[in-house]
Design a protein around this ligand. Structure first.
Ligand code: ZN
Ligand code: ZN
Ligand code: FE
Length: 774
């Protein structure tokens, strides 16, 4: 007679809501094992007994053959006394637990192939069902109200399963066995279409399939449809119809910022963009992000979709509803966040009707609530790897593993633009979905909601709060308020660029000091100036400023960011053009009064103006000097436009000089003078813009070499919003590698301000550790 043994197995990681328990059930059945599996607060708990050989095989298969969407972080196996179980069953979850963690909840997944073929199969009972899902795909994070992940704690709880769905849900052999979001035409959520103008239901409103038909018709006629998606509303229109796209821009008050496009499939994407194998994989990944791709010159979309850009943001359908929509439209769809410009995306029907009523002609709605706001994610391929530009749907709430463990829960509030928050607990960092810019009351409320959700679901209130050094950021003020409300006395203010660099250090678990090159628009420095062209030596909670771009005055402070010509004037004045006002002509669109005022201020020496070392503003200056962009509609527009016209093949070089020892500066005035001379000589904009990019790449390398010479440190982190510029990033990374540096560039979090919260939390964690050691 063979010996029966028993094992208690705890599996941690992303193992709920990804078909893990059904998988365990199948494994147990195959090995004739008995016992049970259930969801716990930290993952899945397995109690299993049987013959030793089968048990060993079972344990091996757990990690070797797990479902594609699962991710095991820890597997603990214990021996126990056999209980003579009769069968193997999936048991109810352990009840609510104060220790539950939302980061164990998976992100949302795009429909799998099996579900898609059913969706378009007229003989299938879920033919055309917009909420089709299975254990391998569908909504997760955006429908979860609480953990563990079970139907009763999701927004699907409002829909009682029909007998057919229940049979599939209970059948271990079915691919919907314990698929918590299971639904069908008989029992699932339903669609409806509403005319925007109608106060209530009207004759033109439609339900079910007719609702989709109505949306399709509206789009075909050049109208705008607000579509309730997974983590918020989208606004959709025909991307090939210039009138429709312009109408959307006018109604959304979004003049120039590019729109993303949804295409039906990969061949359609190829009609618009150049697509590498890696980029195709990104488009098809289960997160279905918007991928920034290089645009074909014959791309058949309205010029108003992404004016003046060399790239297009493209995505594939991310839900069955989107699939149904694009399948019936043979056009490319503009698919942009359903919000008023700069406000957070709407997630409930009432807010959507209020805020989008003037924008959309039709609403395509359904009756399943959205539990969490989650925008589309944006990703790009740069320096050979996928890099997140906006981290949201499909990525959140996946946590980032840290190399150090914090005994306290740390909440970091991020920056003022592209805000995210981050909660660090033990050795994991949970970065929230993109909240957005904090200029409006609505967005500050969204920040508050996000904080509540993050702390509530982490099961622990924070005991430490980290924030930016800038006292006037809305996020800093919210940090102060929360500290008071929760009675937290430990606050850590983190310098902006220190946080940028630390977020990359945290992501890579880099040990020891790094040379951080942080180029961006603006961040308050420790000397009161506006930094943004920084070479910092960063080691955990400590940093030292080794060098920076030389200061120039910033006429009008923050206002200068939207007026690149002001940065041009400041840089001309700093480059000793004594009569800067007449060195270049006043651009049309800039008032004579404003023009003279700024030049007078600069001529007086600029003592009353803030000083800045910002590379973002240097890009603005270059863009305006070349006549590319004098007045910007959105942050970064001038730099993006400059990159779009630049030709890097030019052999021209601009030089610049370093001065000072202790904290050196790199003087950009010779770049400015070179550009003015070349312009006078009649050289083309493309070539001058290319030489400008090359000069900045040289600055990165020569600055890094100075720091290496002084410190011996060989690892360089490239970060800050300026490195959204692929031309500069690719060139600088290559040159650094040639100079034998180890180069680190953010992948999991954005290099723009969306990555600040992780860096702030990491710096705070390091600071606490130093306290303990001291
Ligand atoms: Zn599926
Ligand atoms: Zn059903
Ligand atoms: Fe920044």
């Amino acid at each position: 007679m063979t010996m029966i043994e028993r094992r208690l197995i705890a599996v941690e990681g992303v193992v709920q809501g990804v078909g893990f328990r059904p998988f365990v059930h199948r494994l147990a059945a195959a090995g004739r094992l008995r016992g049970s599996v259930r969801n716990g607060a930290k993952g899945v708990l397995i109690d299993v007994e049987g013959e030793l050989a089968s048990l060993n095989e079972f344990c091996r298969s757990l990690s070797d053959d797990m479902p594609p969407l699962a991710c095991i972080e820890r597997l603990a196996i214990e021996q126990a006394t056999p209980r003579a179980y009769g069968d193997f069953r999936i048991e109810a979850s352990e009840g609510r637990s104060g220790e539950s963690e939302v980061s164990r909840v998976p992100p949302d997944f795009a429909p799998c192939d099996a579900c898609l073929s059913e969706l378009f199969d007229p003989d299938n009972r879920r033919f055309s069902h917009p909420f089709i899902t299975c254990t391998d795909c569908g909504p997760r994070f955006t429908i979860v109200r609480d953990t563990p992940y079970d139907r009763e704690r999701t927004t699907m709880a409002a829909f009682e399963m029909c007998a057919d769905c229940h049979r599939e849900y209970d059948d271990p052999a079915d691919r919907r066995f314990h698929a918590e979001a299971i639904a069908c035409h008989a029992c699932g959520p339903t669609l409806r279409a509403e005319r925007a103008a109608s106060a209530g239901p009207s004759a033109q409103d439609a339900a079910g399939g007719a609702a989709i038909a109505s949306a399709v018709q509206t789009i075909r006629q050049g109208g705008i449809v607000a579509v309730k998606a997974l983590g918020g509303y989208h606004l959709a229109c025909d991307a090939t119809n210039d009138g429709a796209v312009q109408r959307l821009r006018a109604r959304k008050h979004r003049i120039a910022k590019p729109f993303a496009i949804m295409v039906r499939d990969i061949p359609s994407a190829r009609l618009l963009c150049e697509l590498s194998r890696q980029e195709q994989e990104l488009l098809e990944s289960s997160a279905r992000p918007i991928v920034l791709l290089s645009r074909r010159c014959d791309a058949n979309v309205s010029p108003s979709v992404a004016p003046g850009q060399r790239t297009l943001g493209v995505m594939l359908p991310s839900t069955p509803l989107h699939h149904l929509l694009v399948a019936r439209l043979d056009c490319f769809l503009v698919m942009t966040s359903g919000n008023q410009s700069d406000e957070p995306v709407a997630i409930d029907d009432k807010t959507a009707r209020d805020s989008l009523g003037d924008i959309a002609d039709l609403f395509l709605l359904h009756d399943r609530a959205i539990a969490s706001r989650c925008d589309d994610s944006v990703v790009r391929l740069a320096v050979g790897e996928a890099r997140v530009v906006r981290r949201a749907r499909g990525y959140v709430p996946r946590s980032i593993r840290l190399s150090r463990t914090s005994r306290q829960a740390i909440l970091a509030l991020g920056g003022h633009l592209k805000n995210t928050v981050c909660l660090v607990r033990e050795n994991r960092a949970m970065v929230s979905a993109h909240v957005g810019d904090l200029d409006t009351v609505v967005s500050r409320q969204a920040l508050r909601d996000t904080i509540v959700r993050v702390t509530q679901t982490a099961g622990r209130q924070p005991s430490v709060i980290a924030h930016d050094l800038h006292p006037d950021y809305a996020s800093t003020r919210v940090a102060e308020e929360i500290a008071t409300e929760l009675g937290i006395d430990r606050r850590v203010a983190v310098q902006h660029h220190h946080a940028h660099i630390a977020s990359c250090v945290a992501e890579y678990s880099t040990r020891g000091p790094v040379i951080g090159v942080a180029f961006d628009g603006a961040g308050l420095g420790t000397d009161g100036a506006i930094w943004g062209g920084e070479f910092l030596l960063v080691d955990g909670a400590q940093f030292r400023r080794c060098g920076h771009l030389a200061y120039v005055p910033l006429p009008g402070g923050d206002a200068a960011a939207r007026r690149p010509w002001r940065s041009a004037a400041a840089h001309l004045a700093s480059a000793s053009y004594n009569d800067a006002q007449h060195t270049v002509a006043r651009p049309s669109g800039v008032a004579e009064v404003e023009w003279s005022l700024v030049h007078q201020m600069l001529a007086r020496g600029g003592a009353i103006m803030p000083r800045t070392s910002s590379v973002g503003r240097l890009f603005d200056a270059a863009s305006s000097l070349l006549g590319v962009c004098h007045v910007a509609q959105f942050e970064g527009e001038a730099a993006m436009a400059l990159e779009a016209v630049a030709d890097l093949r030019a052999a021209r070089r601009y030089s610049f000089e370093f001065s000072g020892d202790d904290v050196w500066t790199a003087d950009p005035s010779s770049i400015i003078r070179g550009m003015v001379d070349d312009r006078r000589r009649g050289l083309g904009v493309a070539e001058i813009a290319g030489a400008f990019h090359a000069a900045l790449s040289d600055l990165v390398v020569r600055g890094s070499e100075r720091v290496r010479h002084e410190t011996g440190v060989e690892t360089v982190v490239l970060t800050g919003g300026v490195f959204m510029n692929s031309m500069l990033l690719e060139r600088a990374a290559e040159a650094l590698a040639n100079a034998r540096f180890v180069v680190r560039i953010p992948r999991l979090v954005p290099c723009n301000d969306g990555g600040l919260s992780l860096g702030q939390a990491y710096v705070a964690a390091c600071a606490l550790e130093e306290d303990v050691c001291a």
